[in-house]
Design a protein around this ligand. Sequence first.
Ligand SMILES: *[C@@H]1O[C@H](CO)[C@@H](O)[C@H](O)[C@H]1NC(C)=O
Ligand SMILES: *[C@@H]1O[C@H](CO)[C@@H](O)[C@H](O)[C@H]1NC(C)=O
Ligand SMILES: *[C@@H]1O[C@H](CO)[C@@H](O)[C@H](O)[C@H]1NC(C)=O
Length: 438
Amino acid sequence: MVVLIRKRIRPAQQQQRRLLVIAGIFSLVALSMLGISIAYLYTPRRITPCGLVGSHLCVDSKYPPPTPPYRTYSDEEVASFAVTKDILSQPRTFTGGTPKIAFMFLTPGPLPFEFVWEAFFKGHEGQYTVYVHASERDSLRNMWRSRVFQGRDIPSGKVYWGTIEMIDAERRLLSRALLDLNNQVFVLLSDTCVPLRDFNYVYNSLINSSFSFVDNFDDPGPHGLGRYIEEKMVPEVQPYEWRKGAQWFAIHRRHAILLASDYLYYQKFRDHCRIGEENHNCYPDEHYVQTYLHMVDPGGLSNWTVTHVDWSEGGWHPRSYGEKDVTVDLLRHLQSIDEHVHVTSDAAATVTTVPCLWEGVHRPCFLFARKFLPETAEVLADWYPSEENRDNTSTAASEIENSYRSNCPQRLQLTEEDCKDSTRNKVVSSQFPFPFRS
Ligand SMILES: *[C@@H]1O[C@H](CO)[C@@H](O)[C@H](O)[C@H]1NC(C)=O
Ligand SMILES: *[C@@H]1O[C@H](CO)[C@@H](O)[C@H](O)[C@H]1NC(C)=O
Ligand SMILES: *[C@@H]1O[C@H](CO)[C@@H](O)[C@H](O)[C@H]1NC(C)=O
């Protein structure tokens, strides 16, 4: 039929049609060129990454949106937006078997609470994976007594207090843990951390949460925005994007991938967020993860951490819990806290208190707590039934304390004077190497 109809069309008519088609194509091309030029001329040049990934809550009303002249994005930024957008748009449903939580320990050496953790994990094989970044591994022989930790060390690097090496160690842990496709949640823990809940509670709380738990807030004071050096951080990181928060996170796989693969923003922090007066005493561990994840996915974060620490005494370091502090009442109290507090570091010291919501339900905030001194290991082990654990714990704890004391200046990067003061030494040594500074 088609062939027949074509045959009936006369040559003159055919010529006319061809011309019409060509004219049509030309006008379409012209129109779309015009459209593209208009779009090009009138599109604001500055689109934040979170704008690109579809968040509406990106720009804090406190800061005005950036003013013209708009800038052109670098190739690296556009590539980063594209990758970020793609990763964040992946569905979160996981179909590969039992989802696991990666427990990533960032520690100088042995864990004082090795047996507390062992008891915590017992019976949950297949639901967790342990990774240890022991930055001073070489100096400590026969480190692990518990099978949970044996063979779980990852190749580690030096971690110097307050430097980018801390972030490097976190990224090293994340990359290793990402290799296991069943790891869906990634929890960063220190050697002074202890669990506040049993495994099932922690697992259920984290696996099904729609948020990554990353502490961050907008602190206009000297320990927040005061550490931001505008001429160094722009254009990639704008002042209204700067965030501050505690280091200890529990994040989803997609955020772990972003952190492990980001180079663009990482290198800004590596080069321009440094300790020392001339650098405004910027600590990468309190700003990089917080600012970066807040930039790319503000709606995906809880903005508070599941790891408790007590700042109520003020000062430069949070409170450390010693043997006498650790009572059932203390642990019950820590378990019951259901609001999260942020205090700005400016003169106003503005306090913001938010209720901890888990999928919309107001529940206690904390799954872990930190700054427990090694001396508390024995007491804590009492809450875990096995006698054998108890004995091994006390041996391990005293060995660790001795090793801290005997190598004080080298291990703790302290002056000789600090080391001589034994009370102080004890507190500082247990805080080494990752204190959360105010
Ligand atoms: C405790 O230590 C003993 C001897 O050092 C060892 O045989 C035992 O396996 C350890 N217990 C655990 C739970 O690892
Ligand atoms: C997570 O949610 C799914 C679907 O609602 C449910 O089947 C599963 O039991 C939950 N898992 C946990 C660990 O709570
Ligand atoms: C965390 O803060 C961002 C903005 O800073 C907001 O978009 C997000 O909804 C907050 N998260 C929660 C769980 O409230």
